[in-house]
Design a binder for this molecule. Sequence first.
Ligand code: NAI
Length: 710
Amino acid sequence: MPLDLSAIGKKIGPVTTKYGWKDVVLYAVGVGAGFDELDYVYENRLKVVPSFAVPSVTEFFAQVVALSGADLAGILHGEHELILHNPIPPEGGELTTEGTITHYYDKGAGKGALVVAEATTCFSDGRRLFTNILTIFSRLDGGFGGEDAPKERIQFPDRPPDFEEPARPSADQPLIYRLSGDTFALHVDPEFARLSGFERPIMHGLCTHGFACRAVIKHLFPGEPERLTLFKNRFTKALYPGTPIETQIWRLDEGRAVFRTLNAETGEAVIDRGLVEWIGREEAEKRHTKAEIRLDGRVAIVTGGGGGLGRAYALELARRGARVVVNDLGGGPDGTGGSKGPADRVVKEIEEIGGEAIASYASVTTAEGGEEIVRAALEKWGQVDILINNAGILRDKTFAKMTGEMWEKVREVHLDGAYHVTGPAFRAMKERGYGRIVLTTSAAGLYGNFGQANYSAAKMGLVGLMNTLKLEGEKSGIKVNTVAPLAVTRLTEELLPDEMRGALKPEAVAPLVIYLCSEECPASGGVYSAGMGHFSRAAILTGPGAVLAERDRLPTAEEVAANWAQIISLAGGREYHDANAALGGMLAGPPEKASPGAPKAAAGDGNVAQVFERMSERFDARAATGVEAVFQFSISGAGGGEWHAVVKNGACQIGQGKHAKPTTTLKMADEDFLAMVGGKLPPMKAYTSGKLKIEGDLMKSQLVQKLWRL
Ligand code: NAI
């Protein structure tokens, strides 16, 4: 079958693959990394060998071959160009690849043809990671009358190489490498290899390619694979496993070098015409820290998206690349009536800024409505990644005068509405193993508001829904959070003072909601207030309380009265992850009474933010003599966040957020962190059990215990 010329320009993909840190390590071991390059193989400080980008799109390549119609008996991987846009996240995630066949070149009848395909791969958060340009040499497909490929010469300088890196892939190397995806029989089956004209199975060209990639990084920018931007080469000869190789490298101007890899026994090049480009350290760091939050490839639903806050969310989601279902019933502020106008208008606004959106006019108040809204996303785009439950109405009245209808109508939109839409969306998210759900509560629910009993109850019901969904979605990558917004919209315009209107824009709430909808969001189960550019977290705290029961004797109301102050005290209060943890807290009882003169609060009391507030007080300057380091604390969970401590000249400075150059990074869940600093979880146990993960300088991380009396 000749090459299919009509395949040029046809979209291939999206092809989606998942990877985790073990895949990163398996690949590194497959291309020869070991103890002397621990960063490539040890999950606590993992960096990705950039050539991992090539086997991670094996499925895409298979589709190129199938679509081009190239004769399978004659195909070889001829050349490869890898362009790195951003470092590949070592922890893993989902990769989505889309591309096309860009060219066919004809070398003439009997001489073969070249099939060139290009594919770009994005990470789950929409970040563009890399582009692979693949040239397949199709030996049996020449002579179709096309033009030949343009000649491109790579000149090797006329001097001995600046660097030479010898290596000896093991005799079994292909057996490890193939586990990264290329399971072609030629590299494992002796019979197949013989039939293909070889004495025995041969190395994968891409395995040797990985050896070469490690070699150039080692000599040109050691330990900093994230600086690589281009890695290009031609595959020239087959190599048997166990044969020693040598990569020769010539540095050209700053940021460019040429290389080739030789069969060290014969002196023949197995990889030739290699070109490598890299960027400076500062530029690489900037590239890393400036990453924009993108939602390309994501599908979002915003209920009540036709106006007010929902419109601001929908527009910002679209601006960042998400495709949006704008749902809105289009009724009045009390939920009466209906119109297509609001949803249609927002869809039009999204289209005007170059985004993709569809309208849905269904009411969230019925199960059918909820199904219809989610179905709209699934039918149009095949997935739902983000759901913002935002639709809302008001029917205010003091409780004494509130009718049953007022109670029900408000509950139906806010609480039942979230249930009806979240149900089908949650199931679709579970199937794909990813989801972000935002529920909308209100200060009225969290703290109370005169005349809004119905609304307060429904809004607090949503917090309860979140508390359990966060647990049930955890294993499926679904994060559920709640926002308590404050903005001038038609619901609040009469309640909020005129002078605050400028600051009270819905657009000032959207950044938090967008973050909660992003892959980057580390939290689940949090309640966040947002308005006027101010953002904070609200939480349920449980105080240590008092134990009044004694063996064989029930406590009395008089004892409760007598111990009231202790019962209601929130000093040393805690947040609990779930009901079981709260029960555990009750069974454990309050901590031992503090003796006079002892510090008022133990280090692990309160929440994570409070620990960091107190951290400077607990710093031991004497232990810091000669220490210069930046400790980054990356705490996950609803109470988590990023803090860093800069220790220099015997002093310590605590800051919030990520430091640009941490010496060592300690990663923990909020609960484990509090247990550790509270003395309930020994640091060594936390580390060996995997609850504490350390990146960067492991030795420096040990200083934490010495420097702070935690
Ligand atoms: P809004 O009235 O501008 O937006 C609510 C939207 O929901 C409207 O476009 C409405 O047509 C739509 N909607 C109502 N019932 C629906 C139904 N059954 N099905 C589908 N869509 C329906 O008001 P705003 O302020 O933007 O409210 C958004 C959310 O934020 C609401 O849940 C509200 O309770 C909440 N909230 C707002 C605060 C504020 O300061 N604006 C304060 C606290 C909470």
